[in-house]
Design a protein around this ligand. Structure first.
Ligand code: 4AD
Ligand code: MG
Length: 477
């Protein structure tokens, strides 16, 4: 007999049928009630064991974490809390789980402990829910762009280009590190390296993506990106997934419209398709917040927060306006910020971004027209000669979730900028071809997928929304 998924059993419309279910024991109560989970849903199916006619030898092996197969009749449950249960006729232990050793016992574990057991934490309710939501969100991303006729592009993971010019890259080499070949000047001879040049893991697929947008019109990437920035925060990963749409003939306003519509679509998709998991995580968050002082608790529940984002336009504010607000803010005047905002031109830290979103505007904010010298080289220079057509989207509890811009399409202006920043024109000659041949206005942005998953799940540490997080000093599993 083929086994039926727990999700389908719980949604069944007929009872009194013979069924088989396979899964892992979450709990076993009173020598009688198994809560069985198979990952298809956050909900367990209760399996009632006829303990009087089951060998003690078997009953002892029904332990948390054990894999079992149960065959029996699907009946309406007499107990409260579930609609159906399985009256077990036959039970088979597929894989034992020693209760003395299995770390995921049915009790509260700290998130820290669970991170150290990332290979097993997915067997808990919370992580099962998070990873199912993550999967649904990635499907929603593809759905959104495919429906709109965007072409999905796989940009290279290994590249010679530094798209962001921030220099925070992981080098890729096959040179022997204990015996590096040197050239005549005594420097490392990368001509002898695998690719005959210096290469690294990509920090962004944008530059390659732009070349495709200038042929296919609307494209998006969705893949892993890598940053060797040594920021041990709850918002940074060394390996994260980024979604980067790029659209020919879009200006910055079109870009903002696209980003807002896209984010609202994927959040709505999760609300429509992950109801049970979101409800569970909403409860988890309420529970977690009970231990916080009143002032630090959120004003909205998780579902309220998600609906709020759907129902309200993102507030669009220029960098210059934002600096004025921050300069006049209480935490700035009372020197509560770690970085005091003194003048126009200051780079915004996450404390400032969060003040704007959480305290001042109390809604998602799109900041645009940033000073040129705190942004990447490829952004379009405004007529004022000092700001660029950049935009960052800031979210409550997250800070920056999207970074994007209208691109500098004017060949001369772009080359000038690259010269000023010491970016090798020859290395990026292929990129400049987009401006040499049929250049046009175009725009795009990057959304950090884990930051989106953080927001949707209400978790507070980015390490908890990716299966196996990579952070400084940590590449376990
Ligand atoms: O703002 P960033 O650096 O922008 C780019 O990479 C552009 N090339 C995007 C584009 O215009 N096509 O990164 C984009 C987003 C950020 O807003 C943030 O959500 C996420 O990527 N991000 C990170 N997420 C997790 N860990 C990190 N270390 C991240 N760095 C950036
Ligand atoms: Mg950014």
């Amino acid at each position: 007999m083929r086994h039926t998924k727990v999700k389908d059993l719980l949604n069944s419309t007929t009872t009194l049928q013979e069924v088989n279910a396979k899964g892992w024991v979450r709990t076993f109560r009173n020598n009688q009630f198994i809560a069985l989970n198979d990952g298809s849903t956050i909900n367990n199916i209760q399996c009632v064991v006829d303990f009087e006619n089951t060998a003690d030898e078997i009953l002892k092996r029904i332990t948390t974490g054990a894999a079992v197969s149960v065959t029996g009749t699907l009946v309406e449950s007499k107990g409260s809390g579930q609609k159906y249960e399985i009256q077990v006729a036959k039970l088979e232990i597929l894989g034992d789980s020693d209760p003395e050793k299995f770390p995921m016992q049915p009790k509260k574990h700290s998130l820290e402990f669970l991170r150290e057991n990332a290979h097993l934490r997915v067997r808990t309710n919370a992580f099962g829910a998070i990873m199912r939501i993550r999967s649904v969100l990635s499907f929603a991303v593809h759905n959104y762009f495919q429906q709109k006729g965007f072409v999905y592009v796989n940009t290279p993971i290994i590249t010679g280009a530094d798209a962001e010019g921030a220099g925070e890259m992981f080098q890729v080499t096959s040179l022997p590190l204990d015996n590096l070949p040197k050239n005549e000047e005594g420097n490392i001879d990368y001509k002898k390296d695998f690719f005959g040049k210096h290469t690294n893991l990509t920090v962004s697929g944008q530059l390659e993506g732009e070349t495709f947008a200038m042929a296919l019109g609307q494209i998006y990437t969705f893949g892993p990106t890598f940053r060797a920035e040594n920021s041990n925060t709850s918002r940074h990963l060394a390996e994260f997934w980024m979604i980067e749409p790029e659209v020919a003939f879009n200006d910055l306003d079109d870009n903002m419209d696209l980003a807002e519509d896209f984010i609202q679509y994927v959040i709505k998709y999760a609300l429509d398709n992950c109801g049970d998991d979101l409800k569970f995580l909403e409860g988890r968050l309420l529970e977690e917040e009970k231990s916080k002082p009143q002032a630090e608790r959120s004003e909205m529940t998780l579902l309220e927060k998600l609906n709020f984002v759907l129902e309200n336009n993102f507030k669009r504010v220029s960098y210059t306006e934002a600096i004025d607000i921050l300069r006049e803010s209480t935490p700035n005047k009372k020197k509560k910020f770690s970085y005091i905002i003194k003048e126009w031109g200051a780079d915004l830290q996450s404390e400032h971004e969060r003040y704007l979103v959480e305290k001042h505007f109390k809604c998602p904010v799109i900041l645009f027209d940033y000073p040129a010298n705190i942004k990447a080289f490829y952004m379009r220079l405004n007529e004022d000669g000092k700001t660029v057509r950049a935009m960052d989207i800031l979210f409550p509890g997250i800070g920056e979730i999207v970074g994007g811009s209208q691109r500098e399409e004017r060949f001369d202006v772009l080359v000038e900028k690259m010269k000023a920043l010491g970016i090798d024109e020859k290395e990026l000659s292929w990129y400049l071809d987009t401006r040499r041949f049929g250049s046009a206005t175009h725009s795009g942005f990057g959304l950090g997928f884990e930051r989106l998953v953080l927001f949707v799940t209400g978790m507070s540490n980015i390490r908890d929304v990716i299966p196996f997080p990579r952070t400084p000093m940590n590449a376990e599993f």
